[in-house]
Design a protein around this ligand. Sequence first.
Ligand SMILES: Cc1ncc(C[n+]2csc(CCOP(=O)(O)OP(=O)(O)O)c2C)c(N)n1
Ligand code: SF4
Length: 288
Amino acid sequence: MATFKDFRNNVKPNWCPGCGDFSVQAAIQRAAANVGLEPDNLAVISGIGCSGRISGYIKSYGLHGIHGRALPIAQGVKMANRDLTVIASGGDGDGFAIGMGHTVHAIRRNIDITYIVMDNQIYGLTKGQTSPRSEVGFKTKSTPQGSVEPAIGVMELALTAGATFVAQSFSTDLKELTSIIEEGIKHKGFSLINVFSPCVTYNKVNTYDWFKEHLTSLSTIEGYDSSNRMMAMQTLMEHNGLVKGIIYQDKEKPSYQDLLHGYSKEALATADLSISEAQFNELIAEFM
Ligand SMILES: Cc1ncc(C[n+]2csc(CCOP(=O)(O)OP(=O)(O)O)c2C)c(N)n1
Ligand code: SF4
C-alpha cells in the first residue's frame, strides 16, 4: 500500500519559502495515500499560477494546463477514464476569475472530481494584482488606490449553484486539510475545497496571522449541521465566508456519471462503440 512518500517526485517546488501551497501539496499526498490510492490511480490537473505548478510536484498522472482551464481538462480526463481519481487544482484567479464559468458549471454538473483552490486573494505568479477574492480597499499595483469591487463569496455561490460538497480550510492546518481532502475524494460528486493559502511575497494583508485571527472553525459552532444547506448559507453570511471545515455535503444527490446513459461499466461492456469510416467522415464533415 502506498504511503504519502510514494506520491513524491524528485521535482523541487520553486514556490517562495513560506508559501501556503507547500502544505496543500503535502495534504494532497497524504490524503491520496490515506484513501488507499496508488500514484497510477490519481490524476492531478492544474491551471496556471504559482499554485498551478502543483501538478508537477506530485507523483501521479498530471497535466499543467492553461489559465482557467483546469476544470474542463479534469472533467475530460474523468470522463475518459472512470477508474482514475481526478483532482483539479489552481489559484483563486484561475478558478474564480478567468475560470469562473467552468467552476459554476462543474459544480452544477456534479461531476465526480475534487477541486482544490489555493486561495491567496491575489494573483501571485504575475507579481501581485487584485483578484476577485481580494477585499474592498485592497491595494496592489493593479488597484493602487484600493479595490472598489467586493470580493466574491465563492462558498455561497457554490451552494446556490447546487454544490454537493463545499469545504474550506487553512493551509497550516495540515491534519484538518488532509481529512477534508480525503472526504472530498470519497464524495461521489463534485467537491469544492477552498484553501486559504497565504502568498507571503505579495499579500501583506491576508497573512497567516490574519487568517488565524479571522477564521472560525465550524467545529466550534454548537449544533452545526453540514447536511443543512440553509444553515450553511446563514453561517457563511454571518461570518463573511471566513469559516473552515466541511460547510455542506449532500450524500444523496447522484453524480453526473451516475445519471449519464451508457457511462456505467455494465452499459459500456455491452455497448457497440465501433464506427464505420463513412460515419466518421460524415461526422467530421459537419465541422468543416
Ligand atoms: C489566458 C491567460 N490570461 C492571463 C494569464 C496571465 N496569468 C497567469 S497566472 C495569472 C493569475 C495567477 O493568480 P492565481 O490564479 O490566483 O494563482 P497564484 O499565482 O496566486 O497561485 C494570470 C492572470 C495567462 N497565463 N493566460
Ligand atoms: S509569489 Fe506568492 S503564491 Fe507565488 S510562490 Fe511566492 S508566496 Fe507563493
